[in-house]
Design a protein around this ligand. Structure first.
Ligand SMILES: Cc1cc2nc3c(=O)[nH]c(=O)nc-3n(C[C@H](O)[C@H](O)[C@H](O)COP(=O)(O)OP(=O)(O)OC[C@H]3O[C@@H](n4cnc5c(N)ncnc54)[C@H](O)[C@@H]3O)c2cc1C
Length: 297
């Protein structure tokens, strides 16, 4: 019987594990090794480790678990249940784990636009988050990819980082006259033609090639196509979700299920590594405080 099972070993899960380890709790982290930012070479905006490679960050964080006797296992969790005051978790190998509390830190995955040529560019010169990669793209020729009105907001927002913004709607014509006027007033160009493919050299985007054969030079792309839960476990456990597809959590990362906490991108709040790590720490403290109360005679 573990005090806490943590599903997901990204920044949220590992940060919670460290806190709980420091509280001398018996903890296991079950992780399938696919953190959301694994496509990127740099983790930007994390105080003291700005620009560090995401892989190095995870490796360093995992090595810090040894001191606290945290068990780390690479595996996919296939089911989790809450029954008779305990959590029962199964993994792909058929191993069954039991715990008093459960932390879901399973993250999100992005709906990457299905564009020919995008794969080597994603995370390097094609991004979704301006707070993560806007600085590195400053003053560049930036394409914003958005088939609906979210693209308008993102295109206008990107003006913080560059004056050279073009919104690509990839063949859809859903923008209203007011949208078009707003974009024009703010010097955002609009291209409504369908895209044939992206062309680049290595991981650097160079051109957006339209179906009509036109080749438009672009140095970076930001898309606004959304994200979804990486794992269905939140749903199968009965968690309440917001209309944006993240799990509703209270102040200390508690979900609506007693004993089940959710931290990081899977939960409500900003989706940044430093926020995920902070939420993990909050969940760790909250879980320890509840365990302390339960153990008091
Ligand atoms: C391309 C890209 C670049 C980014 N760049 C930045 C940046 O520069 N700065 C920044 O602050 N943020 C950046 N982000 C956002 C950042 O990746 C997330 O905010 C952060 O990873 C969230 O941490 P997390 O621990 O919640 O989830 P994740 O890091 O996604 O970790 C979740 C973990 O859970 C595991 N998991 C999921 N389901 C299961 C299961 N069933 N069983 C076992 N394990 C499971 C996954 O394998 C994964 O290891 C970027 C995101 C992307 C996509």
């Amino acid at each position: 019987m573990y005090d806490v099972i943590i599903i997901g070993g990204g920044p949220a899960g590992l940060s919670a594990a460290m806190l709980l380890g420091r509280c001398r709790r018996k903890v296991i982290v079950l992780d399938s090794g696919e953190p959301r930012n694994r496509w990127s070479d740099s983790m930007n905006g994390f105080l003291s480790s700005d620009g560090m490679s995401p892989a190095d960050f995870i490796a360093k964080s995992r090595s810090e678990m040894d001191k606290y006797n945290i068990e780390l296992k690479t595996t996919i969790v296939t089911s989790a249940k809450h029954s008779k005051g305990e959590f029962v978790v199964n993994d792909e190998e058929g191993t069954v784990y039991r715990s008093r509390k459960l932390l879901l830190a399973t993250g999100l995955k992005d709906k990457v636009p299905e564009l020919e040529g995008i794969e080597p560019l994603y995370g390097k010169s094609v991004h979704h988050c301006p707070y993560c990669d806007g600085w590195e793209s400053q003053d560049k020729q930036i394409a914003v990819y958005g088939k609906d009105r979210k693209g308008v907001g993102q295109a206008l927002g990107m003006k913080t980082w560059s004056d050279h913004i073009t919104l690509y709607t990839d063949g859809t014509r859903s923008l209203t006259k007011a949208d078009m006027e707003l974009l024009q007033r703010n010097d955002v160009a609009v291209c409504t033609d369908a895209i044939a493919r992206l062309e680049g050299e290595g991981s650097q985007l160079q051109y957006i090639v339209l179906r009509n054969g036109e080749k438009r030079p672009q140095q970076a792309m930001f898309f606004s196509t959304g994200s979804m839960q990486q794992s269905p476990l939140g749903e199968s456990l009965g968690c309440e979700f917001t209309n944006k597809g993240v799990i509703k959590t209270r102040r200390l990362q508690e979900s609506n299920i007693p004993g089940l906490y959710v931290a990081g991108d899977a939960a409500r709040d900003m989706q940044l590594v430093i926020v995920a790590a902070a939420e993990g720490a909050k969940a760790g403290v909250a879980i320890n405080m509840v365990l302390q109360k339960e153990d008091r005679k």
